[in-house]
Design a protein around this ligand. Structure first.
Ligand code: NAD
Length: 504
């Protein structure tokens, strides 16, 4: 561990976790991550490649085919998962620090994220006990039907950098509750919190090989997991482009694929809405996590008659959003994750300018001694076809469009390839109901934004994904349904007539 003298920030050294052991990469190679807010190295990790991936999959395969985990009762698995939740709580400060420093995210926000993640582990622990299948006794006097639920098998989890521990916790505890065994590949930009989980799982009593955690690049480790013949399912959260590649790569053994992908999420603001509440939610929705959020409400669709008045409120609030050091308790918006991402965001803003949109606020990289920070940006006069209105910017950039009537607003809102989330601000019941029914997205927020609960399913329509996480059926994603039909009594309806029957 090395300590930066100026900031006191300690760089952590990690190992990967395979078959119940902390170990180095087979090649011995390592890589580092610098804090995007402080420009100093904060983590040093083994760099996995195909050999490590194959070892991790082999360990998960063995644990699934012959190990105790899939054969335990749901109650036993549940007890272990509750212990994991308790231990995550015990070690939460280290997990928080890893996500803050590697991701550049505000510390107050990450504390809430880890608390939410612990809640997900507890919710999944409950589901481990409720997978009892069904029976059907209405199939006639000679037949009893049972449907049983069985774990899918070896599951690969590939996760992004923007909510490292939360997104892992939307998948891993549910896969474990189902009785699956797992290989986890966190993003190479933010692997620390996932790597810390290995020892926690071990202490909680998760048997060796049930969870394996390796870090490497998407093109090597991620691709190998997606193609691997011994992986039965892949659950991926990340960009739509990579998600499409995963579908192609997984075709070799027709893996089950669950995808949580990008979004271009609209908030519709009607003239009859509570405009103060809506303005606060619009500012929160687009600048939270520096806009690097699948649920970022990057499109404001506001009724034309109030658009200037509403934008004035949004701009006034935006000027009060605190951007800066993620370790500062007062910071609301932290750093941009890396230079590529910064260049991409600035590219969208300059493209919008050339297309005729108006940058009313921000639009530039902030002048700071250290780190990558972007000024919260508000763009108006955006039209439906501009790339800034159709593509995921993944930065603190609000694009504003206007509408004349609700049909128009819904048509603009639904006018992209994405369908992750959408919202409406209105005081009219009819408008809320219409939007709730006609907006094409996996989650619709009415007079709120980004509220979420383990009890509520989350996922995308169209190019925002396949499947749903969370909610009462989350565990089913990781299970196969089997029909077992029991015949009772002598065979009925002989296919080959008994000898002598039918002859004269
Ligand atoms: P990304 O797609 O670049 O990477 C995600 C993960 O995939 C990383 O672990 C990466 O190493 C891996 N990967 C990259 N190339 C791969 C390949 N060829 N094969 C297999 N794996 C590969 O995404 P990102 O930049 O880390 O995250 C941002 C994206 O994630 C945004 O599009 C965002 O909307 C999306 N996201 C979606 C949700 C959701 O729940 N829908 C949540 C968070 C983020």
């Amino acid at each position: 561990m090395t300590i930066d003298q100026a900031t006191g920030i300690k760089a952590q050294s990690y190992q990967q976790w395979i078959d119940g052991n902390a170990c180095d990469a087979a090649s011995g190679e390592r890589f580092t991550r610098s804090s995007p807010a402080h420009d100093i190295v904060v983590g040093d990790y083994p760099l996995a490649d195909v050999a490590d991936t194959d070892r991790a999959v082999a360990a998960a395969r063995k644990a699934f085919d012959t190990g105790p985990w899939p054969r335990m009762s749901g109650a036993e698995r549940s007890r272990v998962l509750f212990r994991v939740a308790d231990l995550v709580e015990t070690h939460k400060d280290q997990l928080v620090l890893a996500d803050v420093l590697e991701g550049g995210k505000p510390i107050t926000q990450v504390r809430a994220e880890i608390a939410g993640a612990i809640d997900l582990w507890r919710y999944a622990a409950g589901q481990a006990r409720s997978q009892h299948g069904e029976s059907n006794s209405s199939l006639g006097p000679h037949m009893l039907g049972l449907t049983t639920r069985e774990p899918v098998g070896v599951v690969a989890l590939i996760t992004p950098w923007n909510f490292p521990f939360v997104i892992l916790s939307q998948k891993l505890p549910f896969a474990l509750a189902a009785g699956c065994t797992v290989v986890v590949k966190p993003s190479e930009l933010t692997p620390g919190s996932a790597l810390r989980l290995g020892a926690i799982l071990d202490e909680a009593g998760v048997p060796a090989g049930v969870v394996n955690i390796i870090v490497g690049y998407g093109a090597t480790v991620g691709q190998r997991l997606a193609e691997h013949p011994n992986v039965d399912m892949i659950s991926f959260t990340g960009s739509t482009a990579v998600g499409k590649g995963i579908v192609r790569a997984s075709a070799g053994n027709l893996k089950r694929v669950a995808l949580e992908l990008g979004g271009k999420n609209p908030q519709i603001v009607c003239a009859d809405a509570d405009l103060d509440a809506a303005a606060d939610a619009v500012v929160f929705g687009v600048f939270f996590n520096a806009g690097q959020c699948c649920n970022s409400s990057s499109r404001l669709i506001v009724e034309k008659s109030i658009s200037e008045e509403f934008l004035a409120r949004v701009e006034a609030l935006t000027k009060r959003v605190t951007v800066g050091d993620p370790l500062d308790e007062a910071t609301k918006v932290g750093a941009i994750v890396n230079q590529n991402q910064m260049d991409r965001i600035l590219g969208f803003v300059s493209g919008a300018r050339s297309d005729g949109a108006k940058v009313r606020l921000g639009g530039t990289r902030m002048e700071t001694a250290k780190g990558l920070f972007m000024t919260p940006t508000v763009v108006s006069d955006v039209t439906r076809q501009m790339p800034i209105a159709t593509d995921e910017v993944f930065g603190p950039v609000l694009s504003t469009l206007t509408f004349e009537d609700l049909d128009d607003a819904i048509s603009i809102a639904n006018g992209t390839h994405y369908g992750l989330s959408a919202g409406i601000w209105t005081s009219r019941y009819e408008s809320a109901l219409k939007a709730g029914r006609e907006l094409s997205a996996g989650t619709i927020w009415v007079n709120c934004w980004m509220d979420g609960f383990p009890e509520m399913p989350f996922g995308g329509m169209r190019e925002s994904g396949i499947g749903r996480e969370q909610g009462p059926h989350a565990i089913e994603d990781f299970m196969e349904t089997k029909s077992v039909l029991f015949h009772q009594g002598p065979r009925t309806n002989l296919w080959v007539p008994a000898a002598g029957v039918g002859r004269q």
